[in-house]
Design a binder for this molecule. Sequence first.
Ligand code: AVJ
Length: 320
Amino acid sequence: MSPFQLTRTLPEDATDADLRADVLHGLTRMPKELPPKWFYDARGSELFEEITRLPEYYPTRAEREILINRAPEIAAATGARTLVELGSGSSEKTRFLIEALLPGLDSYVPVDVSESALTGAAEALLAERPSLHLHALVADFTRGLALPGTPGPRLVAFLGGTIGNLLPAERRVFLRSVRAMLAPGDALLLGTDLVKDEATLVAAYDDAAGVTAAFNKNVLAVIARELGADVRPEDFDHVAVWDREREWIEMRLRARHALTVKIPELDLVVPFEAGEEVRTEVSAKFRQAGVRDELTAAGLELSHWWTDEEGRFALSLATA
Ligand code: AVJ
């Protein structure tokens, strides 16, 4: 077997059909909404990488701190021979985990919807670790996965706090599907951003340099390019609000004045009132008890809970 295999479980045109369905559904409902996965074209992925380096955006640095400090404990607790990473993206922080899991590690299975992210990361990793089996999966992990038959125990990692971009009902479905991937002795490593003071949270999603605003508005560029929409980013303001009841940040795009957006590919004309908002992302923040309860409800048991020194972000280890 070649050390690098790539399997596509997404049809070539799935992205296109999904985008159309999401835009049609999201912009004709009240209140309007668009799912956050459409931020991440090449430009959006670049903007996200830039966000991770902003002084206000602490989650990436906090999670990296935990991974660096705890990777040996994670390796000892799991003895993983296969590391599966959901939403692997650039796989940058995963290096620490891979280093700690070696020499026992046999296979790394990065899973992402972006084929370019997967091949780029895989090439870099293979150059360093020629003995590691790499089995990249182009797949939408929110829809259940067929994993390759690599040796156990498996460690499934879902980092970055991306679980917070799912609504509670979606998280239940997702955690159930992760549970279904695990055999006895396998584990889940989950990154969650934590509830903290409102000013810190809002600043992380509304930075002074305006990078997050550009990232948020990038979804409009995606719709313009892919569906021919005549939408202009300068007609919208970036908004980030903390919902203290539901304990999540919402990013929205707010129309600066009354306008209409024509989307020829969908035969759709979307009216906006002045000040009307489209919700583009939910980023839920967690507490330990909530994480434990959600894991338990999915048939998983929390075994370890690690935070950074400042208690801003958590990594949870759970077993099936
Ligand atoms: C993709 C979950 C890491 O919700 O914090 C960053 C995306 N949105 N700034 C998050 C994001 C706005 C991010 N994650």
